[in-house]
Design a protein around this ligand. Structure first.
Ligand code: SAH
Length: 212
């Protein structure tokens, strides 16, 4: 997603108390919540999915990771507006900005319950395959931070990325728990993301759940 740099939005993001800037800050929060489970969405975009999910499970902690600060600034704005309109404070949801390739330098071994990947950038050119969030380099990072038998839930509308991910996950030795070739034709529980709402009219949504 190309989003223009807006200095004022970045300033507002930096001032937002649940925008967490580094490892030290997030670990100090997690230290105070040792009995809770931690769920991550990587590449959260504007954050509708993880915000909704966090509200269905207020006893646990949800962290949205987004590499692009201008995109994350939009997510912060959206969350602030949502809290104001509903006169609530969502205190089990945090946002962070870093590249998922650095996941294991932010979180400890076995610290994460589950990772959600929604509509990850497809990087269609073969020479960019290493940037796909289901590339083995990323699967290694997820393995480092996930608990034993931790899961990844992955959704996409991109057939090529879906096919690539099946092979990549299989080669990594992950166990397939669920595969859907047309998620919206099933009745399984689903929270739609911004991209999902935008792209599902044009074709099926694919979903995989895998376990380490
Ligand atoms: N999950 C959202 C947004 C999908 S677009 C939705 O479904 O609506 C994919 C997002 O992933 C973009 O915002 C992009 O900036 C982010 N992203 C891409 N590579 C990333 C990486 N290596 N680490 C973290 N976020 C990444």
């Amino acid at each position: 997603m190309r989003t223009r740099f807006n200095p004022k939005a970045i300033e507002q993001m930096n001032a937002f108390d649940r925008y967490i800037k580094d490892k030290e800050a997030i670990q100090s929060i997690l230290d105070k919540n040792k009995e809770k489970k931690i769920f991550l969405e990587i590449g959260m975009g504007k954050g509708d999915f993880i915000t909704s999910l966090s509200q269905l499970d207020k006893d646990n902690i949800y962290i949205g990771v987004e590499v692009s600060p201008p995109v994350l600034a939009l997510a912060v704005k959206k969350l602030q507006r949502y809290e104001e309109e509903n006169n609530i404070r969502i205190d089990n949801l945090y946002f962070m900005s870093f590249d998922a390739i650095e996941l294991s330098s932010i979180f400890n071994e076995g610290q994460i319950e589950k990772i959600y990947l929604n509509f990850s950038d497809p990087w269609p050119k073969k020479k960019h395959a290493k940037r796909r969030l289901t590339n083995e380099k990323f699967l290694e990072q997820y393995k480092k931070v996930l608990k034993e038998h931790g899961q990844i839930e992955f959704k996409t509308d991109n057939r090529e990325l879906f096919e690539y991910s099946l092979v990549s996950m299989q080669n990594f030795g992950l166990k397939f728990i669920e595969v859907y070739l047309d998620l919206h034709k099933t009745d399984i529980f689903n929270i739609q993301t911004e991209y999902e709402k935008k792209f599902s009219p044009f074709g099926p949504i694919y979903k995989i759940v895998v376990e380490y």
